[in-house]
Design a protein around this ligand. Sequence first.
Ligand code: DGI
Ligand code: FE
Ligand code: FE
Length: 390
Amino acid sequence: MKNNIGIFGGSFDPMHSGHIKLAKFLVKELELSKLIIVPAAMSPFKNVSHSADKDRLEMCRLSLPEACFEISDFEISRGGVSYSVDTVSHFREAYPQDELYLIIGEDQLLIFDKWFRWKDILKTVTLAAVKRNDETSLSSLEEFADKNLRAFGRVVLLPFEPLEVSSTEIRGKIKNGESVAGLVSPETEDYIIKNGLYKNEMNELDSIILADVRERLSDFRYNHSLCVAEAARKLALRFGGDEKKAYTAGIAHDILKELPAEEAEKLFEEAGAVLTPLEKHSKKLWHAMAGEIYLRKHYPLPEDILSAVRWHTTGKENMTLLEKIIFVADFISDDRDYNGVEEMRERAKTSLELAMEEGLRFTIEDLSRECRPIHPDTLSAYNQIILERK
Ligand code: DGI
Ligand code: FE
Ligand code: FE
């Protein structure tokens, strides 16, 4: 006997009541013996995925436990971004005799002839487009399918009343500590809370800056930036600072660490920045100065974040809490493994000043041993801490 089988892809991050309602509707409407849910693989560096693959799969299972639903890790285990044509071919091989339906939204139907190898998709499966009950009339979609698609395969349109709920909304609520009862299955809600998913969601600006950092830095330094951000967030929590600002500053602090010297010079010139002879000589200091100029030019960041980036390498007199947090986070982040890092982490548990003192001494000793100049701001920061030490 020929069975009807549906293929329903998406990021499902997380699967919500709207997906569940649609999945159940599809089983009934298309008389499916099985609906295969295929969570998509996400590009790790674009930061579009908010929870781990295994969590998205598990939340799908928790949302649709009935036997007629199958949760497939096909796209996730292939890795990379999959083309639908590969996914439908895979299921066609698995079910050579059955009627396969690929579920898409009406917005996708209207651009379906732009999909990669769309004619092959139509050859392989029936397209089932879910249509909202709104202005776009069913007949105009039918007309579109007739004119552009049906010469190549079967297309059915399914009018459906969607729920007003989105994964973005759910992630936002979790992040703000609000309840998502009713928006996801109760089991999914438990799972989200138990595993702390979406709690520390990155905001939009952070993910844009992080993508920029990713492009500009080696894997090693990109990872360092993430570690500093995380360390800064924890320090902010410990010492009453702004966790979000600390995280953003951490991500951004070394953004220009690998910028070629000529480009840094151009930035200084453009911004009218005048460097002292010592600063001109010590190129290692440039990334903090250039970083501030670059970030100010490209992102709407508040002054306190910009200045935390500006002073993260030398420090200075009268540092703000956020400046101290970034300075110390740079020394104690998880990726650091120099001699004495453990003692530094211990110091940072009791006081930022204690850790700064040690970090500054470490830098001053190191530089003088190597006969390199010490920036006056580094000395001012150190002296102030020593003089004010209780
Ligand atoms: O960017 P990171 O490697 O994460 O760390 P950072 O921004 O603290 O940079 C460390 C480098 O900067 C290191 O090579 C020493 C140098 N540095 C820090 N303070 C001074 C300094 N160089 C000079 N000449 N004078 C300073 O006061
Ligand atoms: Fe740095
Ligand atoms: Fe750093």
